[in-house]
Write a protein that binds this ligand. Structure first.
Ligand code: SF4
Ligand code: SF4
Length: 691
């Protein structure tokens, strides 16, 4: 009776304290900006089942994945036994399910999982503290985060060990015919240690059994109340957080509606009256309350596993940026703001902010927006959203964009391209070629099936002009019905958006959309994966809806349809490796088309160590192409080029103007120019076809 009352008091206190802690976390998450995520429910459930319940991303690294799965499944299954313990604790019964016919088999199954949990936790402890895997020993993983991980692992080992000693003592008491100890038959794992308990007195056995029982249950209660203060809160939040995953392509960046009206007024598309007077407090995010609730939920869901940091090209090359630290900083800052708000109300201000006090410009501007981190994260955390909101604040409110990047943005503003070239020179790349221009075609009362988007790099970068010319030759050779915008094309705005200058992005986008819609464009083919992403995924938010095809997809379709036959042998005997552009691969899930086109070219193909979804960024995205890299041990493009050269290839195939510039530099600085060439896939096709 006394023991039941004591148990009920401990249980009630556990539930109350846990409810209070969870409530604080929910309140803190609600401090974020509203974001309506209620679309595609079927897809959301599917993602949750695959990623959160099925742990699909964890098992990509088989050893750690399987061990984690053992802890995860083991903990869930072992805790089914908790139900019996709870009922016993409240009612004062002993093993209330013991009447079940296969009770000992059931407990034996629980014990197998409990053993798996112990083994996995011991291996994890060894990996962290013995092997000292680098991702567990980065700068952000000292003091509390390090201790927290060890506390959890040791606690899990102790809890499971208590279960075994309880069961072993119980079996000896059963054998001795002790009162209340129902005959259940032997348990598989604890049965192995029964001989150790065989000669103990009944009172000692009762103490061990009772101690094991209380230690296990009180340990679980304490563990439950520790979790909200630990990274292990992900065991609860992972499910809703994955459910609310961003379902758009990874490279898509959300539209800033607050800016759209201002831009439309500035461009004379709407009047101030039509726009209404929605006051905007702040553009982008300076502090956690400027982020959406989803970003704040991400912060609480982080498991601190470091998989994101492990694949971050900036971190890999010694730069300060660590995507895990970014998420941990967001959570730490939110905890401070949450406490402040609950004490002082919403006016709370401690003169500190996430931007500047927690995350420095050096970290922020090192990001290439490659999405390696978001792709790798086992709980689908979106680091890039936070980075983008901070960049928007930095750019729109502080005008503190890095100087060289800012110069490129000024060029876009003045000339419609990141370089100082005149808009009138946009067709110089086509000198001596037959290239239909949309204004002429439309003026003649005709329409074309495709609009070929040339891009700023295609129009002005000397090396990339050759790619555009090669692709145009293929289009002409196959008599594809296409036209270009010529001098009416302006920069897509991809660079401006990634640099946080949403005003400039939207101006460029709205200007281009007006031209494209004016020509009733439906299908766009494009070589630059950055523009491909922007036109395909981001223009739709501003009224530009097109079917956008990357040139490698276009070529693959022509090959599949039997319209494009590559029978030349220019590359026979060559060894080609393909570098996946982030904005085509991870950003938009296209890995196969470029490879399919390469497969149609007689040559040997080899893959780099990092390929497809785990491909390493070239270092140019997210505005990096137009600014100095932050200090580190190495340039990202050198790291990637070394991977390419490591395959023994003599050709590195690319499908992006920025990748081409970076890999070309990498080959040059590796002094391999005589032996290794860098070609775009369109060039390889055109050369093979003798065009
Ligand atoms: S997007 Fe790429 S560079 Fe940026 S934090 Fe993530 S992994 Fe690092
Ligand atoms: S953000 Fe994701 S990948 Fe990075 S440490 Fe947290 S859980 Fe791991």
């Amino acid at each position: 009776m006394i023991s039941s009352i004591a148990f009920i008091i401990v249980l009630a206190a556990t539930v109350f304290l846990f409810y209070r802690s969870v409530n604080i976390i929910i309140k803190n998450i609600k401090l974020g900006k509203p974001l309506d995520i209620n679309d595609q429910k079927g897809k959301r459930w599917k993602t949750m089942f695959l990623v959160a319940i099925g742990q699909s991303k964890m098992v990509k690294r088989p050893i750690a994945g399987i061990l984690h799965l053992m802890v995860y499944v083991g903990f869930i299954i072992v805790n089914v036994e908790m139900l019996e313990i709870l009922i016993d604790g409240i009612s004062g019964s002993h093993r209330i399910y013991a009447f079940l016919p296969f009770y000992n088999i059931l407990i034996s199954i629980f014990e197998i999982f409990a053993l798996a949990v112990i083994i996995s936790c011991l291996v994890f402890l060894f990996r962290r503290n013995g092997l000292r895997l680098s991702r567990f020993h980065k700068a952000e993983m000292t003091s509390w985060p390090k201790l927290d991980a060890n506390i959890i692992l040791i606690t899990e080992v102790l809890l499971m060990s208590a279960l075994f000693s309880m069961n072993a003592a119980d079996q000896v008491l059963q054998l001795n015919g002790a009162e209340h100890f129902t005959q259940t038959g032997a348990f598989l794992i604890s049965g192995l240690i029964v001989p150790l308990f065989a000669n103990l007195s009944e009172s000692t056995l009762l103490f061990i059994e009772g101690f094991g029982w209380w230690f296990h249950i009180v340990g679980v209660f304490a563990f439950l109340n520790y979790i909200p203060y630990s990274k292990h809160f992900h065991v609860f939040l992972a499910f809703p957080n994955v459910y609310y995953t961003k379902l758009k392509p990874a490279a898509y960046i959300s539209n800033m509606e607050a800016v759209t009206n201002e831009v439309k007024i500035a461009m004379g598309i709407i009047s101030e009256e039509e726009a209404g007077n929605d006051e905007v407090d702040r553009f982008g995010a300076k502090d956690v309350r400027d982020l959406t609730w989803k970003s704040l939920s991400d912060a609480y869901t982080c498991t601190e596993c470091g998989r994101c940091t492990d694949v971050c090209p900036a971190n890999l090359t010694g730069k300060l940026l660590s995507p895990r630290k970014l998420i941990m900083d967001t959570r730490d800052r939110l905890e401070i703001v949450g406490k402040g708000v609950s004490k002082n109300g919403t006016e709370f201000d401690d003169s500190k902010a996430l931007w500047g006090d927690f995350i420095s410009p050096e970290e922020l501007w090192a990001c290439t927006t490659c999405n390696s981190c978001t792709n790798e994260c086992p709980v689908n955390i979106d680091h890039v959203s936070i980075i983008m909101e901070l960049r928007r604040y930095s750019s729109l409110e502080e005008a503190s964009t890095p100087a060289t990047l800012n110069a490129a943005l000024t060029n876009i503003e003045n000339n419609g391209a990141p370089w100082q070239y005149s808009q009138d020179d946009r067709m110089l790349w086509a000198d001596g070629m037959e290239v239909p221009v949309m204004a002429d075609v439309f003026g003649a009362g005709k329409k074309t099936e495709y609009l070929f988007w040339v891009s700023s790099a295609g129009a002005f970068d000397d090396r990339y002009k050759k790619v555009i010319r090669s692709f145009t030759k293929i289009l002409n050779h196959l008599k594809v019905d296409f036209a270009v915008l010529g001098t009416e094309e302006s920069d897509s705005g991809d660079l401006a958006r990634r640099a946080g200058n949403e005003m400039l992005f939207q101006m460029q986008a709205l200007m281009n959309i007006e031209v494209l819609n004016g020509y009733e464009v439906k299908k766009i083919v494009c070589c630059d994966p950055h523009d491909f992403n922007t036109l395909k995924n981001e223009y739709a938010d501003l009224g530009g809806n097109y079917e956008v095809i990357h040139h490698t997809q276009f070529l693959q379709e022509l090959i599949n349809a039997g319209k494009l036959k590559i029978d030349g042998d220019a590359f026979e005997g060559s060894t080609i490796t393909y570098h996946d552009p982030c904005y085509l691969g991870r950003g938009n899930g296209e890995y196969d088309s470029p490879r399919a086109v390469l497969d149609a070219i007689p040559s040997v193909k080899v893959e780099m160590k990092n390929n497809k979804a785990s491909s390493l960024c070239c270092g140019a995205g997210g505005g990096q192409m137009f600014k100095e890299a932050e200090s580190g041990d190495k340039e990202i493009y050198m790291e990637r080029t070394e991977q390419a050269l490591g395959t023994g290839c003599n050709i590195v195939a690319t499908a992006c103007p920025f990748c081409m510039a970076m890999i070309t530099d990498g080959i040059k600085y590796s002094e391999k120019e005589a032996k290794v060439k860098n070609y775009d896939i369109a060039e390889l096709v055109a050369i093979s076809m003798n065009l």
